[in-house]
Design a protein around this ligand. Structure first.
Ligand code: GLU
Length: 345
């Protein structure tokens, strides 16, 4: 019999605000899945944006995890310390990268009708998910001549990744095995089932470094998942349209992509997805209100049909193990639909 694969997952919070109940939900599932499989779980602080990341949020996240009983393995990985690595990968990908001088205003104007910019992704269960992808980029800077680039060299540029389909003009520099790559990406999501998403429906050529020189989420996440051997990613389904972009980066670098579980989002009573502005549902506020994490864990456990008394994440894990689960029963989430409203207070 083949040895079972060693699972490597990650918790990847952005310390740009306090975590909320929705984050607890996705981190709890990521933790449960890895722990059920006896895997390794890294904590990666996605503090890539220096203007928005704050040490008090990093501290808050660590306190939230300790309170919930979500533990992790090894040293914390800080994206802010990994610039040299991202730089190296930008160089490796240089055949596919071009500077883009478009301003935000130009991008908005180019994008045209706002409705056309939001892909409608049908899941196998026929549910409609409409994650935000931003405007579709019309490749305006992709085919600038060297002379045109030289004229613009004093302007701030972001670095964009050229996505398929490739153009004849690019044939010389693009490796043959990539040149005919289709923009259609397919993967089997652990929750949503078979997915087929076209890169161009996700905005087309995307930025790897912003014009203010901040590394883009897509680059940092893909490189870090790749270099730390992550083979299971559990995250909110609002990020679904990032996945083909990350699959593309894995493909360009010749690496196997992780398995993905895109989980249902938690919404507030008005149907808005939980965000940092929902201060009363921040874990910091909930820690202050309830000494024990039990009410939060019990509330979240009900979404996965567990109604026993639970006072710690460990107890939840034990309940799943005792009912014979050696991996997370993702199909339970499939039944929840793409989002669930919460009335938790
Ligand atoms: N830091 C990202 C976020 O908080 C992580 C997304 C991911 O899991 O890939 O949205």
């Amino acid at each position: 019999m083949e040895d079972a694969k060693h699972i490597i997952g990650r918790l990847a919070p952005s310390p740009t605000g306090y975590l909320h109940l929705g984050n607890a939900w996705s981190f709890l599932l990521a933790w449960l899945s890895v722990r059920l499989q006896g895997g390794t779980l890294y904590l990666r602080m996605e503090d890539i944006d220096p203007a928005r990341s704050k040490p008090e949020y990093t501290d808050g996240i660590l306190e939230d995890f300790a309170w919930l009983g979500i533990d992790f393995d090894g040293d914390i990985i800080y994206q802010s310390k990994r610039s040299d690595i991202y730089e190296e990968y930008i160089n490796r990908l240089s055949a596919f990268i071009y500077p883009c001088y478009c301003t935000r205003k130009e991008l908005r104007e180019m994008a045209g009708a706002p409705q056309s910019t939001t892909p409608k992704i049908m899941t196998p269960a026929n549910r409609l998910i409409m994650p935000d992808t931003g405007a579709i980029y019309r490749r305006s800077c992709r085919f600038l001549t060297e002379e045109q680039r030289a004229q613009k060299q004093n302007q701030n540029a972001c670095l964009r990744l050229a996505c398929p389909p490739f153009d004849e003009r690019e044939q010389e520099k693009i490796p043959a095995e990539i040149f005919n790559l289709s923009p259609d990406f397919f993967f089997d999501d652990l929750v949503l089932g078979r997915q087929h998403i076209n890169l161009n429906d996700c905005g087309g050529d995307f930025a790897l470094r912003r014009s203010d020189k901040v590394w883009a989420y897509q680059l940092a996440v893909s490189i870090d998942d790749m270099l730390t051997g992550v083979n299971e990613v559990v995250r909110g389904n609002d990020i679904l349209t990032s996945t083909p972009r990350q699959l593309y980066l894995f493909r360009l670098l010749g690496k196997t992509a992780p398995a993905y579980a895109h989980i249902p989002l938690l919404l507030d009573n008005a149907g808005e997805r939980l965000a940092k502005r929902h201060a009363s549902l921040s874990l910091k506020a909930l820690r202050g209100k309830y000494k024990s994490p039990a009410p939060v864990l019990q509330y979240l456990a009900e979404f996965i049909n567990i109604r026993e008394d639970i006072s710690s994440a460990k107890e939840l894990l034990t309940i799943l193990q005792n009912s014979g689960h050696s991996s997370f029963p993702w199909h339970v989430l499939t039944k929840l639909g793409s989002a669930v409203r919460t009335d938790f207070q």
